[in-house]
Design a protein around this ligand. Structure first.
Ligand code: ADP
Length: 542
């Protein structure tokens, strides 16, 4: 028997309607690429989303067409999030840090019709334009008097373009499974792969992430996503903040700039900030150097790569800011787990509590996870057994955009293989050990590079650390530690290696160490172990 309730579609348009009714005066603050700090409100952002939708129509964009953005976090990008998706087109956010060949590949693969971009990316677009066969219009995200000179054909100015029709847009009543946004991930092999979100998955993810045990957002919060809107939708905050009525502070191109972040926190009263560990290292270093404070901030959510306990401790002990570790991936919209201690755990001894806090957390309602061995058999949730992590849920991808290969990332029972190796403990806390491709196998046993890296960065002579497997005649592979030292420090290598003693099994301790000026990173800011392994492939230590 069918239930007797309305089945109103879950669409992003409803978020816009809701926030326009209830939070129209709630502020949207941006550091813009061209005009410094800009103040707006949800009311204005959504009014301008109407203007964006009209402009797209004039540019010939039709329902399901892909519309690309190469842009930092600011109000114009937020207007595009809603103007594009709610008109029935697909917002394709692109990471400008990708190599130009990769950019051309994904724009062509996505068959993008229009590209909106920040002024600073004009040289990049000019260089690529000949290779972009599907793009018929380019739009610079700026005002008329800041419009850069260019000989690019079909180049428009955003403010000029959207000012031409300010009437309400007749938003289409979309089905909830309509595609809303597209984001490419580096994938485990080969070319980047596109994850195609839909309205339903986006609304459920945003709804779920507001919950008290997840991000716990409310209209008393001021949220600063220091995670790019070009990579996994800034962890869904452009959608969850208007649902919760939280003021949003968008740091524009100043993502890893300690000074900007500190002043935004203090001036705008930021209560919760989200980002990858590197961003917080920059902020913490700036605070140490200047003695400035971040009094309004009460919590950070750190994910994207493993968050060392040393960052959590510095935030808490010096600044009274509680850090929640989180885990996710592009294919998961991205939230897969957030670490909140369960009742009773606050009373644990500090070292035991830190052991739990270093884990990536528990799944929100809406995501299910399990670990399996190499034969695909379920492993116990005992915090010890580790294996391939599989997930499923309302906001998990069930395939990649435009892939002919139907095998997709799912197994027959509908579980998605994350490519991560993990433990799950009896309380459901997830502990990421490694990415499958980065696993170190010594004498047939696995060693967790993440755990070793976390311990290494706790040493005062280590600013950043990476552990890779190097080949070894006797053991197959042995861990090798690569470190960057803080400026002005001459590292005591023996003391760094000795610092692992008693914290992990002796056979886990790296045999060798290299000090380097910098560690290579991927376009999404993660340590590139593939490049490191190449760099150290022929090295012989001892
Ligand atoms: P990519 O960087 O490959 O484009 P994602 O940004 O989607 O893709 O990265 C997802 C991956 O990042 C996860 O599968 C996991 O390996 C890693 N990751 C994310 N959060 C954490 C975390 N808190 N601890 C350890 N690894 C993490």
């Amino acid at each position: 028997m069918r239930g007797g309730m309305m089945s109103t579609p879950l669409t992003i348009t409803e978020i816009m309607r809701f926030a326009t009714r209830l939070y129209r005066d709630t502020e949207v603050i941006s550091v813009t690429a061209d005009e410094g700090v800009h103040r707006s409100t949800y009311g204005t952002v959504f009014k301008r989303a109407n203007q964006v939708a009209h402009a797209l129509g004039r540019l010939g964009v039709e329902s399901s067409d892909r519309v690309a953005t190469l842009a930092w976090n600011d109000h114009r990008h937020l207007e595009l999030y809603y103007g594009v998706s709610c008109s029935g087109a697909v917002l394709h956010t692109i990471n400008p840090r990708l190599f130009s060949e990769q950019l051309a590949y994904i724009i062509n693969h996505a068959d993008d019709r229009v590209v909106f971009f920040d002024p600073m990316f004009l040289p990049l677009i000019e260089e690529l334009s000949d290779k972009l066969s599907s793009v018929s219009h380019f739009v610079v995200l700026t005002s008329k008097n800041k419009m850069p000179e260019s000989s690019l054909l079909n180049l428009h100015c955003y403010e000029d373009l959207i000012s031409q029709d300010c009437s309400p847009y007749p938003w289409p009543e979309l089905e909830e499974t309509t595609a809303s946004a597209l984001c490419y991930t580096s994938g485990t092999t080969g070319n980047p792969k596109g994850v195609l979100y839909d309205h339903r998955s986006t609304v459920l993810h945003a709804y779920g992430s507001c919950m008290a045990n997840v991000l716990g957002l409310s209209h008393d919060d001021v949220v600063m996503p220091v995670v790019p809107m070009f990579h996994v939708n800034a962890w869904g905050t452009p959608y969850s903040c208007p649902i919760a009525g939280s003021k949003i502070v968008l740091p524009g191109p100043k993502m890893a700039d300690g000074e900007t972040l500190q002043s935004l926190i203090e001036n705008e009263g930021v209560t919760i900030a989200l980002g990858v560990p590197t961003v917080w290292l920059a902020l913490l270093a700036y605070l140490k150097e200047t003695g400035k404070s971040i009094d309004t901030l009460n919590r950070t959510v750190v994910g994207g790569s493993a968050c060392p306990i040393s960052i959590m401790e510095e935030f808490e002990k010096l600044h009274g800011v509680y850090t929640h570790h989180g885990w996710g991936m592009t294919e998961m919209s991205p939230l897969g787990a957030v670490n909140r201690l369960i009742p009773g755990m606050e009373k644990l001894e500090e070292s035991d509590r830190n052991e739990v806090r270093a884990k990536q957390g528990r799944t929100p309602f809406g995501v299910d996870m399990k670990i399996v061995d190499s034969d695909g058999k379920d492993l116990p949730n005992d915090g010890v057994a580790f294996g391939d992590l599989k997930v499923r849920g309302w906001w998990v991808a069930d395939g990649y955009y435009g892939e002919d290969d139907n095998s997709g990332p799912q197994d027959e029972a509908g579980w998605f293989s994350t490519g991560d190796v993990a433990t799950i403990d009896e309380y459901g806390f997830l502990g990421i050990t490694d990415r499958t491709k980065d696993v170190i196998k010594s004498g047939g046993e696995w060693i967790s590079s993440i755990e070793l890296e976390n311990l290494a960065v706790a040493h005062p002579h280590v600013a950043e650390a990476a552990v890779i497997g190097i080949s070894d005649k006797k053991w197959g592979e042995r861990p090798h530690l690569v470190v960057v030292c803080p400026e002005g420090i001459t590292p005591d290598e023996a003391s760094i290696l000795a610092s692992f003693k008693g914290k992990v099994a002796d056979w886990w301790i790296p045999d060798s160490l290299s000090v380097v000026d910098s560690i290579p990173h991927t376009a999404t800011g993660k340590i590139s172990k593939a490049i490191l392994r190449k760099q150290f492939a022929s090295a012989v230590f001892k």
